[in-house]
Design a protein around this ligand. Structure first.
Ligand SMILES: Cc1ncc(COP(=O)(O)O)c(C=O)c1O
Length: 395
């Protein structure tokens, strides 16, 4: 007689999964363009939902990936030797401090797998990036969500470092900080942040997720790269998905103490970064001026879109990223739907506990014009603040 696990039946093989994984709610990504166009039978829709770089990679990067296509029958370089070398040189850190991931998401998963068990905990902010509770949850560790700053604070809904510090317990192994944060767009100044990192006990690692740091840097928020040499318990996580325009091939990296990098590199699947991603990221590093031009263009549009939205009477939070958090109030879901029907995909934030807000990525000028024109049509002229229901005029 074979003993079946409790709660198992042949009709429900999913019950065999570990309880922490069964309890997970899946990550909800932005709606893909092809899906919307299939559903509504429309064309020419625009996606302002996943904070991608709409300019895409440079011709040099595309050429490098095209060249790599000829060798896709070979496994990629499992050590990412060339990419690591180029990153080490550009970031002025030894290659032993680097771990390359299949997107920075991969590194968040690896960190959780390497440092969390059911008898530990991890701390993150309310309205912090949605992946943090997921990666914590899959390990069975206790996820400690800390209340964000209030809605009337200068960095409304951003991280409250005092509360985050107070939440760290002796069993806490990871503290996730997104700077700037997604979906709020808020950021923390370097002095305050470094004092926080310094205050965290050696029993916990601070995971500083800087997915949008190229945008923040362009707005004058200092780079924290050199902290890698000052704080042994700091892990900085970065990505090629946003400013470098390589979201589709998946490549990110972590800069950490060599011992932490060693742990992550042992755990990492042998070929976690594909050959096209390695070739594209390497070429992108060599073509930084393209990335800087993209960031500058996006920042100009960020200012223009912010003004346009405010002229429509909407409350828009400060942002050091390539997206905006916009308050629509009770009408947010209806506005989201009405924008979809006009071929504009933005991001609803119900899963973040922000059902009255939408997150809007900055697109190309023509995309942003589409968004502003659609909202002008949907909103009552000069709405005071929040919107009750969308006006369906002209449809
Ligand atoms: C704050 C933050 N961290 C990490 C990621 C993951 O990015 P990727 O896995 O594409 O590098 C994202 C993506 O939206 C993000 O917003």
């Amino acid at each position: 007689m074979s003993a079946s696990p409790p709660g198992w039946s042949a009709a429900h093989p999913g019950a065999l999964a570990v309880p922490a994984v069964r309890a997970l709610s899946p990550y909800v990504p932005g709606k893909p363009l092809a899906e919307l166009e299939r559903e509504l039978g429309i064309r020419d829709s625009v996606k302002l939902a996943s904070n991608e770089n709409p300019h895409g990679p440079s011709p040099a990067v595309l050429a490098a990936m095209h060249a790599a296509l000829g060798e896709v029958w070979l496994y990629p370089d499992g050590s990412c030797h060339a990419l690591k070398g180029a990153l080490a040189q550009q970031l002025a850190v030894p290659a032993s401090m680097l771990t390359i991931g299949n997107g920075s998401n991969d590194l968040l998963v690896l960190l959780a797998e390497a440092f969390l068990t059911p008898d530990t905990s991890a701390v993150y902010s309310q309205y912090g990036f949605a992946v943090y509770p997921l990666v914590i949850g899959q390990t069975g560790a206790r996820a400690i969500e800390v209340a964000a700053l209030p809605g009337d604070a200068p960095m409304a809904l951003g991280h409250d470092l005092v509360a985050l510090r107070a939440a760290i317990r002796p069993d806490t192994r990871l503290v996730f900080i997104a700077n700037p944060n997604n979906p709020t767009g808020t950021w923390i100044g370097p002095d305050e942040l470094e004092a926080f990192v310094q205050s965290v006990p050696a029993t916990a690692l601070v995971v500083l997720d800087a997915a949008y740091q190229e945008y923040a840097h362009a707005l004058g928020v200092p780079d924290t790269l050199d902290w890698a040499h000052r704080h042994a318990n700091l892990v900085q996580v970065r990505t090629f998905s946003k400013a470098y325009g390589l979201a589709g091939v998946r490549v990110g990296y972590a800069i950490s103490h060599p011992e932490v990098a060693d742990v992550l590199n042992r755990l990492r699947p042998p070929f976690n970064v594909n050959a096209l991603a390695q070739a594209g990221a390497l070429a992108a590093l060599a073509d930084a001026s393209h990335m800087q031009r993209c960031v500058a263009a996006t920042m100009r549009e960020l200012t223009r879109v912010t003004q346009g939205l405010r002229q429509l009477g909407l409350a828009v939070g400060p942002s050091a990223t390539n997206f905006l958090l916009v308050q629509f109030g009770a009408g947010a879901a209806a506005i989201y739907q009405a924008l979809l029907e006009r071929g504009v995909i933005v991001r609803p934030l119900g899963n973040y506990g922000l059902p009255g807000h939408l997150r809007i990525s900055i697109g190309l000028p023509a995309h942003n014009d589409r968004l502003l024109a659609a909202l002008a049509e949907l909103l009552p002229p000069r709405a005071a603040h929040a919107v009750a229901t969308p006006d369906r005029r002209g449809r």
